[in-house]
Ligand binder design. Structure first.
Ligand SMILES: *Cc1c(COP(=O)(O)O)cnc(C)c1O
Length: 371
C-alpha cells in the first residue's frame, strides 16, 4: 500500500456533487471575473476570521505582496520575518521594495521567536511579517505588543493556518484576525485548496481594505480610473466557486487532521529518537503539516520512499541561505535554531481521509528504520 502526502482525489469524492453544482452556475452565468462567488467567499472568509473585511486576490503570494505594497516602502526599508518558511514570505517583501531581515525561530514550535524580533528592530524597520507555520499560530499577542511599542504593522502569513486559533486572555482569536492584515493561500495542497491559484487578505481597517481592493484591480476602484499603479490580481470566480463548496467542510476536516495528529503522537511516542510536534497549550492548530524531528532525517526519508510512503522536508534550505538573498550577507550559523531544524525536520502524510491502516504503515516503517 502506498501512502501519499495528501489525497485530493479522496477528498473530491466526498464533495463532487456540491462542487459541480457551484461550477455549473458560474459556467451558465459566464461571469468569470469578479463574479458574485468572489464576494460570497470574501464574506465567508471574513466570518471565519472574525474580521469585518476580506479581499480575494490571485494567490497567497499576492496576498502578501499587496499589503506590503500598501506600506510604500523605499530602498533600505527593513521588514523582519522568519527564514523558516515558504519562499513567498520573503520574496514578497523583496518585490515590494523592502529588505527582508531574517530572525530565528522558537525551536519547539518552529515559529518566529518574539524576542528575536524585538532584538532586530532598527530605525529602518517598517513592518513585521510573521508566519503561522505548519498550521499552528505564532505567539501573536507578544509580537503585537512589541510591534505596537514601535508603531509597526504586523502582517500574518496564515497561508498554512486557515481556521487555526489561539486563546488569548480567555478569548479564541483566529489566524489572520489580529494583525494589520492576515493573508491566506488557496493553493491546491493547502487545507482549503482551490483548483488552481488563489488567495485572500483579511483586515479590520476600512480604508486599508479599500486600498487592497484597488491594488488588486490595477490601482483603481472604478474601471479605467487609476489612483495608483496596482496589479491584475483577482481571485477567479471559478476558484471561488470550488472554495465555497469546500468551506462548509473545513471545520470537520481540521478536526479530522487533529485526530490523525493525536494518533501519530500516541504511536510515535514509543519510538526513541522521534520528537513529535510541540503544540503551545494556547493553540488549536489545523495540522497543515505533521512535522517530526529525527536524527538521520535524509536516510529515514529514503527508507520511507522505498516503502512507497511519501514525506516532505519543509524546508531544506532556510531563506537566509538562498542564493537570491546572498547580497544580504547573512552568514551560515547566524540562525542556529532555524539551521538545526533544516537538517532534522520531516513532514509525514496527514489529511482527513488518511486511514488507520495507512498511518500504521507510516509508523511501522519509522519504527523499522530506527531499530
Ligand atoms: C503557500 C504559501 C505561500 C504562498 O501561497 P501561494 O498561493 O502558493 O502563492 C506563502 N506563505 C506560506 C507560508 C505558504 O505556505
Amino acid at each position: 500500500m502506498s501512502v501519499p502526502m495528501l489525497d485530493l482525489k479522496a477528498q473530491h469524492q466526498t464533495i463532487r456533487d456540491a462542487v459541480y453544482a457551484r461550477l455549473d452556475s458560474v459556467v451558465e452565468r459566464q461571469q468569470f471575473i469578479m463574479g458574485p462567488e468572489v464576494g460570497e467567499l470574501e464574506c465567508a472568509m471574513a466570518g471565519l476570521c472574525q474580521t469585518p473585511f476580506a479581499i480575494g486576490c490571485a494567490s497567497g503570494t499576492d496576498a502578501l505582496l499587496l499589503p506590503l505594497r500598501a506600506l510604500d516602502l523605499v530602498p533600505g526599508d527593513e521588514v523582519i520575518t522568519t527564514a523558516f518558511t515558504f519562499f513567498a514570505t520573503a520574496g514578497a517583501i523583496h518585490n515590494a521594495g523592502g529588505t527582508p531581515v531574517f530572525v530565528d525561530i522558537d525551536p519547539a514550535t518552529f515559529n518566529i521567536d518574539p524576542a528575536a524580533i524585538a532584538a532586530a528592530i532598527t530605525p529602518r524597520t517598517r513592518a513585521i511579517v510573521l508566519v503561522h507555520l505548519y498550521g499552528q499560530m505564532a505567539e501573536i499577542e507578544r509580537i503585537l505588543a512589541i510591534a505596537e511599542a514601535h508603531g509597526l504593522p504586523v502582517i500574518e502569513d496564515a497561508a498554512q493556518a486557515v481556521g487555526a486559533r489561539r486563546k488569548i486572555e480567555g478569548r479564541w482569536r483566529m489566524a489572520g484576525e489580529l494583525g494589520w492584515v492576515g493573508t491566506f493561500s488557496f493553493f491546491p495542497s493547502k487545507n482549503l485548496g482551490g483548483w488552481g491559484d488563489g488567495g485572500m487578505m483579511v483586515c479590520r481597517d476600512e480604508a486599508l481594505a479599500g486600498r487592497l481592493a484597488r491594488l488588486r484591480l490595477h490601482g483603481g476602484a472604478r474601471q479605467y480610473h487609476h489612483d495608483e499603479v496596482g496589479y491584475n490580481s483577482r481571485l477567479d470566480a471559478i476558484q471561488a466557486a470550488v472554495l465555497l463548496a469546500k468551506m462548509p467542510h473545513l471545520l470537520e476536516w481540521s478536526a479530522a487532521r487533529r485526530g490523525r495528529a493525536e494518533r501519530y503522537d500516541r504511536l510515535l511516542a514509543e519510538i526513541p529518537g522521534v520528537v513529535t510536534p510541540f503544540i503551545d497549550p494556547a493553540n488549536e492548530p489545523i495540522f497543515h503539516q505533521y512535522t517530526i524531528r529525527v536524527p538521520e532525517r535524509d536516510r529515514l526519508r529514503e527508507h520511507l520512499t522505498s516503502k512507497g510512503i511519501s514525506s516532505m522536508v519543509y524546508y531544506p534550505v532556510p531563506l537566509h541561505l538562498q542564493p537570491c538573498f546572498a547580497h544580504l550577507t547573512v552568514q551560515e550559523g547566524a540562525l542556529p535554531a532555524t539551521e538545526a531544524a533544516m537538517t532534522e525536520v520531516i513532514s509525514l502524510p496527514i489529511y482527513p481521509e488518511l486511514t488507520d491502516a495507512q498511518q500504521d504503515e507510516v509508523v511501522d516503517a519509522i519504527r523499522e528504520f530506527i531499530r
